[in-house]
Write a protein that binds this ligand. Structure first.
Ligand SMILES: *Cc1c(COP(=O)(O)O)cnc(C)c1O
Length: 349
């Protein structure tokens, strides 16, 4: 009775192993909903892969991964004077903080002199990070300080191979800053860009931080299904749903698992909504013309329409006469965004 992510375990693990083997210096990233798998599971998989470090999103996520992965833990969210506490029992020596502002560097060094840090350099993302000047000031601050600088981080936009010019400039800033480190933590560089960076800067160690292409890179190993919870035959004009809508024609209302609590949302309306197109669909008896919206559920080979917006944990679909009507207990396919979906269960074969 659930929204289920089924994983072909052998295929998934083979993919994870291949990515790890082909990506020198890989730092797996596990954050948020754990890319659909859950943070704890990804932490165990990072351990299985033999990773020396796991990058996570926030300080709040440390507790969930710390007991399942025994290497270093890099927090991608920049350290701030508030909200950056470690969970009880986690040794500070395992944690690598990301520092993106000089004021934070001063505050952190004051509180925890022998801390481990990565300095984040601002990129064209403009999310967090220091300017070239700030990096130089940070280097001066750190010169006679016991803290360990574990490298400099660049978080780049998803530009699909168009980063090299920017990255060369950023690396030059690191060199010019006078920082002693020769380690770079990079996000969203393609394998070709990584190779080029390593050729140009052979004295640097490059550590790619990868989430999506690692955990979700083998889509054929993943399938998402929902259980058919109820099936009701309706005649044209029958009333249903929270809003008392009427069925535009005879068919079936299907109640399936998966709702707003799982991250199931309304899909974009189906196609052209000009008045002429609507009139044409109306003439054909098309359901989108009467305001039904496409759902991510597939029944009998076709993506079906929501009978009304998703409820908290279930959705109601409208199935016109014609297609095979599933039975209560059947499973139907659902198309989801893995990073925004909370599954009731994850089953790995
Ligand atoms: C989330 C994140 C990543 C991983 O991104 P993917 O697109 O999932 O590979 C890398 N670096 C930073 C800073 C991130 O926040």
């Amino acid at each position: 009775m659930s929204l289920t992510l089924s994983v072909d375990g052998e295929r998934w693990r083979r993919h994870l192993r291949t990515v790890a083997d082909q990506t020198a210096g890989l730092a797996p990233v596990a954050k948020g909903n754990g890319y659909g798998f859950g943070l704890g599971r990804l932490a165990r998989k990072a351990q299985w892969l033999g990773a020396d470090i796991l990058a996570i999103g926030t300080y709040e996520e440390l507790a969930e991964v710390a007991r399942r992965f025994d290497g270093d833990l890099m927090v991608l969210a920049p350290w701030r004077p508030t909200g950056s506490a470690l969970p009880d029992g986690l040794p500070a020596t395992r944690v690598v903080h990301t520092v993106s502002r000089l004021v934070d560097l001063l505050a952190l060094l004051d509180r925890e002199p022998d801390t481990r840090i990565v300095l984040e350099r601002m990129t064209s993302m403009r999310r967090h990070g220091m300017s070239a000047d700030e990096l130089r000031s940070a280097a001066q601050l750190l010169e006679r300080h016991p803290a360990t600088v574990e490298g400099v981080a660049f978080h780049l936009p998803l530009a699909d191979g168009a980063h090299l010019t920017e990255v060369v400039g950023l690396v030059n800033d690191v060199v010019a800053s006078g920082l002693a480190t020769r380690r770079l933590w990079v996000s969203h560089l393609t394998p070709r860009e990584l190779a080029s960076l390593r050729t140009s800067y052979a004295d640097f160690e490059v550590r790619p931080r990868i989430g999506t292409d690692l955990w979700l890179g083998e889509r054929a190993a993943l399938s998402v299904t929902a259980t058919v919870l109820d099936v009701h035959e309706v005649e044209r004009g029958d009333v249903f749903g929270y809003r008392g809508r009427t069925a535009p024609k005879a068919g079936h209302i299907l109640v399936v698992s998966g709702g707003t609590a799982h991250g199931i949302g309304l899909e974009a309306p189906t196609g052209d909504h000009s008045i002429r197109a609507r009139a044409a669909t109306l003439a054909r008896g098309g359901l989108d013309a009467v305001g039904f919206v496409r759902s991510p559920y597939t029944v009998d080979g076709k993506q079906r329409l929501f009978a009304e917006p998703p409820h908290m944990q279930v959705s109601m679909l409208f199935l016109p006469h014609g297609p095979r009507v599933p039975a209560v207990g059947d499973e139907v396919d659902v198309r989801v965004r893995y990073t925004t979906t909370t599954f009731d269960s994850v089953v790995i074969s």
